[in-house]
Design a binder for this molecule. Structure first.
Ligand code: G
Ligand code: MN
Length: 249
């Protein structure tokens, strides 16, 4: 077994890239519930330009360095909501890039661990339920919450929820698109939402782009919303939210 890569090495790798943050809005409370960290270049180059530089053996280290860097910047810009970090389960189960560095970064920057959410995004690794469940349990026992990203997109599906229950399910934006005028998507989203309520799982709808989508989702009592309609990701800052909360409770 090789030792986990040093915290200093991860911090050093993190100086090569930066982050934008996009609100996940609690429309019932009328404020941001969390901010999702999205990797960017040092001068706001798009994510793919950074990710393509770290393919192969370096990728697990990159994934861990992302979490460290995203926490550092979130603390620096004074984030007082939850912080949602994307993670690749296959990278997180790599012994060189485990949980310790994320916990160390949270402690170093005084970011409370119970305000960290990790979004699992990689279908293939999640499909290895046993292995993934042990990673999830490690995170959970540290106080970190788990979201399943892109739910309903093919890789992340119902069978997963039978095996273990995340804290949050993020509906894939394909299900959200034009939902106000699409009967089948409405039926699917209603059923997923009911199931999640029964299981005690919070639902986030992502990729909300229009007023029509927004209104339908709010009427369906889906109160955690993310997407360009509410706010675009903002580079190294917390963006204002575009909408007035006329439906505030
Ligand atoms: O895989 P994941 O769900 O983490 O992807 C998030 C990506 O979706 C980010 O690149 C983010 O910029 C993008 N995104 C966020 N909101 C919207 C939206 O309303 N529409 C579209 N098309 N993309 C979005
Ligand atoms: Mn995500």
């Amino acid at each position: 077994m090789t030792a986990e890569i040093s915290a200093a090495a991860l911090v050093d790798m993190g100086t090569n890239f930066s982050f934008a943050y996009q609100p996940i809005v609690n429309v019932a409370a009328g404020r941001a519930y969390a901010h999702e960290a999205l990797v960017r270049g040092l001068v706001n180059e798009p994510a793919y330009k950074i990710i393509e530089q770290y393919q192969g053996a370096q990728f697990a280290t990159f994934d861990a360095a992302c979490r460290v860097r995203a926490i550092e910047i979130a603390a620096r810009i004074g984030m007082d909501t939850c912080l949602s970090l994307n993670f690749l389960p296959s990278a997180a189960i790599d012994e060189n890039a485990g949980l310790d560095s994320t916990l160390e970064a949270a402690a170093a920057h005084s970011f409370p661990v119970d305000r960290i959410i990790v979004e699992a995004t990689e279908g293939e690794a999640i499909a290895d339920h046993k292995r993934f469940a042990s990673v999830v349990n490690e995170y959970k026992s540290a106080g970190i919450r788990l979201a399943i990203d892109d739910f309903g997109s093919g890789h992340s599906g119902l069978n997963l929820l039978a095996e273990f229950q995340p804290d949050i399910v993020k509906l894939d934006m394909v299900l959200v698109r034009d939902i106000h005028s699409h009967g089948p998507r409405q039926a699917i989203v209603r059923a997923i939402t009911q199931m999640c309520r029964d299981l005690g799982i919070d639902v986030v709808a992502e990729g909300v782009e229009t007023a029509g989508e927004y209104e339908w989702l709010v009427d369906a009592n889906i109160n955690l919303l993310q997407g360009y309609f509410l706010a675009r990701p903002a580079f190294e800052m917390i963006p204002p939210i575009n909408i007035e909360f006329t439906r505030q409770q």
